[in-house]
Ligand binder design. Structure first.
Ligand SMILES: [Fe+2]
Ligand SMILES: [Fe+2]
Length: 301
């Protein structure tokens, strides 16, 4: 049997934990911050309610294997991955306080996530499997991160503060996209079937979770069953139709099923460097987020 030849690795960025960032989340961000569209806003809000517990879950699943890591570079990457994910949880929790004030029962949603992740999955399944879940979720988030920031049209209608928050999260997801994967392959030595099956499970579980939470939020907002059904039909087209967010993700998503896949066989998106340069120059995540939008808004030469 011949083994696939791995592609040449792309240049890898440095994983930089960025702390105490101010996105202005306590400002006057409208409830429907995504172009006034209830479905789009609540879809991203639903993700935000999953992130704090999700990030804690990823950190603990990688931490299970930390004592077995001997490569100093991978150990440093694991440390910085944990610090980045910790910050993501903190910032999304700050945003989720806004949702609480809008009548969303964030505590109940988080209690459910916590129960499923820590009481059900982590207690009943082996550490190799929960690490495979984490590597799969990291592939999903890095793929979504690229799709969100690669094309200006995707987040053009979003409130600049929310766009900046998601741009920051997206850029850091790209920076650390290979960490859980490297622990999975080099330390836990999990094989192809378990790795790819985990992506199928995580894709199904994540989407079910996000869409059910979106439906709950729209119900809290007072929309009738019929109105929600119409919003979902339109929203699912926005996600899955031609040019939709999910449609954009498909080629990169499917690469995970290739034997010999590694996250760094493809690099970061072109605009990563613009975001990074602006952030390093100003220390301001809002300006870094806007630099992406302005870059895309420049007329072609
Ligand atoms: Fe994250
Ligand atoms: Fe991540």
């Amino acid at each position: 049997m011949t083994h696939p030849t791995p592609s040449a690795p792309a240049a890898t960025p440095t994983i930089v934990p960025r702390e105490k960032l101010d996105f202005g989340l306590d400002g006057d961000i409208p409830r429907y911050w995504f172009g006034g569209d209830a479905f789009k806003s609540r879809y991203f809000d639903a993700m935000s309610t999953i992130f704090p517990e999700g990030e804690r879950y990823f950190i603990s699943c990688v931490r299970d294997f930390r004592d077995r890591i001997t490569d100093p570079r991978l150990l440093a990457d694991v440390r910085d991955f944990m610090r980045q994910e910790g910050q993501h949880g903190i910032v999304h929790s700050q945003y989720n306080d806004r949702l609480r004030s809008q009548g969303i029962d964030v505590d109940k949603l988080e209690a459910f996530q916590r129960h499923m992740m820590f009481e059900v999955v982590r207690k009943r399944f082996p550490a190799e499997m929960t690490l495979a879940d984490t590597a799969a979720a990291e592939h999903l988030t890095a793929t979504m991160a690229s799709a969100l920031c690669q094309d200006p049209k995707v987040l053009a209608q979003a409130d600049p503060r929310m766009r900046a928050m998601y741009a920051w999260h997206a850029m850091e997801e790209m920076e650390h996209k290979a960490v859980a994967f490297d622990v999975l392959q080099k330390v836990a030595q999990v094989g192809y079937l378990r790795r790819t099956f985990a992506l199928v499970l995580v894709t199904f579980g994540f989407n079910l979770n996000v869409l059910l939470t979106t439906r709950y939020m729209l119900k809290v907002d007072g929309y009738s069953r019929w109105q929600r059904a119409r919003m979902f039909a339109k929203g699912l087209w926005w996600l899955c139709g031609a040019g939709g967010l999910y449609a954009r993700m498909i080629p990169a998503y499917l690469r995970y099923f290739k034997p010999g896949f590694h996250p760094w066989e493809s690099g970061v998106i072109d605009s990563y460097q613009v975001w990074l340069d602006t952030f390093n120059r100003t220390g301001d995540p809002l300006q870094a987020g806007e630099a992406l939008q302005n870059l895309h808004a420049r007329p072609a030469a």
